[in-house]
Write a protein that binds this ligand. Structure first.
Ligand SMILES: Nc1ncnc2c1ncn2[C@@H]1O[C@H](COP(=O)(O)OP(=O)(O)O)[C@@H](O)[C@H]1O
Ligand SMILES: [Mg+2]
Length: 400
């Protein structure tokens, strides 16, 4: 499903905006450059006026605490599900909603979900490990030497459109280009009828969210180890001009070997080559999935602005949560105003919650979490140096 907005009245009459299920965006009279979706000439627009977001196959519109309100078909709303033909009034502007359905003959609207026992390529599915928004992760047999692998399967069902397929294909392409000990390795990918799949090494441990939920907040020593490992992977990915854009605890996998734990970055489903980010057309603005809790303000406003410093913010927010089980911003990340809080909320210093945190680690987390990207570290290498790791040849080495 794709939504098209046409401005039919007001100073920007004739403008069109489009977006789809992978995206959310803020429409407002935001500062120049902050968002492509702004109606700068309508003085009755608030800076952040309203938010369009996809959830469960529907497009939901929310008033972001605007001064003058948001009206759908002349009713003032806080939140409304949009349908084809709806008229949205905000400030002096009226926008008409068009819901566009794209049909792709190779990608039917529905297919039975993959399940235990199914064969994909040379793999046979065992149990489902995780059910994602766009696909499922299975454990499977058929790896080299009869070993087990993890299989990510995308299949057409409610909420996955052609776009999901494009994103999946891109994920495969990006993952295939990345070979690093701290990035989940791709084995191969394929297609079985309407199912696209990719096989990766099976990481037996929990993801970071599960680890913290099971065992409580990380101790600072382990947090530092994970921080260094993720930074090394980012140093590598950024050098290859790939921005992950979705760093959060569920996308970091923990691998345990006897007494030590290592972390690997997974889920390059939102990753993009950085040179493309500056060139994307309007339709690529504000891509977003799941919780925005770990997402930097510039990406909430406009995904085109995601750069290496955006991944550092994701890492900072993740480390903060893993050390405290709390959000770094005052307020509730599960509330409807999570967007406003990311853009304008107050940060709680990590040392307020973990007073004995080593100073350099606290400094790295705080710097990664600066609201303005330019106030963060400008590279993973700079963050590694702040943790006392030199990287004379641009290649840091994990210690311990
Ligand atoms: N290679 C893997 N080995 C083991 N578990 C994995 C692997 N890849 C993903 N998972 C599990 O599946 C979950 C979802 O995977 P992810 O790639 O993030 O999918 P999605 O795009 O649906 O978010 C992860 O949080 C993790 O728990
Ligand atoms: Mg994920």
């Amino acid at each position: 499903m794709q939504i098209e907005l046409e401005v039919i009245e007001g100073p920007s009459q004739g403008s069109r905006y489009e977006f789809d299920g992978y995206q959310a965006f803020v429409l407002g009279r935001a500062a120049k450059g902050a968002s492509d979706f702004r109606i700068p000439t309508d003085p009755y627009f608030s800076r952040y006026h309203m938010l369009f977001e996809f959830a469960g196959g529907h497009c939901v519109l929310r008033d972001m605490d605007s001064r003058n309100g948001v009206f759908v078909n002349d009713q003032r709303i806080q939140e409304a599900t949009l349908s084809d033909g709806d008229l949205i009034r905000a400030g002096r502007s009226v926008l008409r909603v068009h819901v566009v359905q794209h049909d792709d003959p190779l990608w039917p609207a529905h297919a039975p979900p993959p399940c235990e026992g199914d064969r994909l390529g040379r793999y046979k599915l065992l149990g489902c490990i995780a059910e994602g928004a766009q696909g499922s992760i299975f454990e499977a047999t058929g790896g080299a030497d009869g070993g087990r692998v993890a299989l990510k399967v995308l299949h057409p069902h409610a909420g996955t459109g052609t776009k999901a397929k494009q994103y999946f294909e891109r994920e495969v392409e990006i993952l295939a280009a990345l070979r690093h000990p701290r990035i989940v390795p791709l084995i191969e990918s394929g297609r079985e009828g309407p199912r696209l799949w990719l096989a990766m090494d099976l990481i037996e441990g929990p993801n970071l969210e599960e680890l913290v939920d099971l065992e409580g907040p990380l101790d600072p020593g382990l947090a530092r180890r994970f921080a260094v490992q993720v930074l090394e992977a980012l140093l590598y990915a950024h050098a290859k001009r790939v921005i992950h854009r979705d760093l959060k605890p569920v996308n970091l996998l923990v691998q345990r070997r006897e007494e030590v734990a290592d972390i690997l970055i997974a889920d390059f489903g939102l990753a993009r080559p950085s040179q493309e980010l500056g060139l994307q057309p309007l339709t690529a603005t504000g891509e977003m999935r799941g919780t925005p809790q770990f997402m930097p303000p510039e990406q909430v406003m406009n995904a085109k602005h995601a750069g290496p410093a955006s991944d550092l913010y994701g890492l900072g927010a993740t480390l903060y949560w893993a050390l405290t089980k709390a959000w770094h911003i005052e307020g509730n990340p599960d509330s409807g105003n999570v967007w406003q809080l990311i853009l304008g909320g107050q940060r709680v210093p990590v040392t307020e919650r973990v007073p004995d945190l080593p100073q350099d680690l606290a400094h790295v987390i705080e710097t990664c979490l600066a609201k303005e990207a330019r106030n963060r570290f400008q590279s993973a290498a700079a963050a590694l140096r702040a943790l006392g790791l030199d990287d004379p040849d641009g290649e840091a080495v994990t210690r311990g």
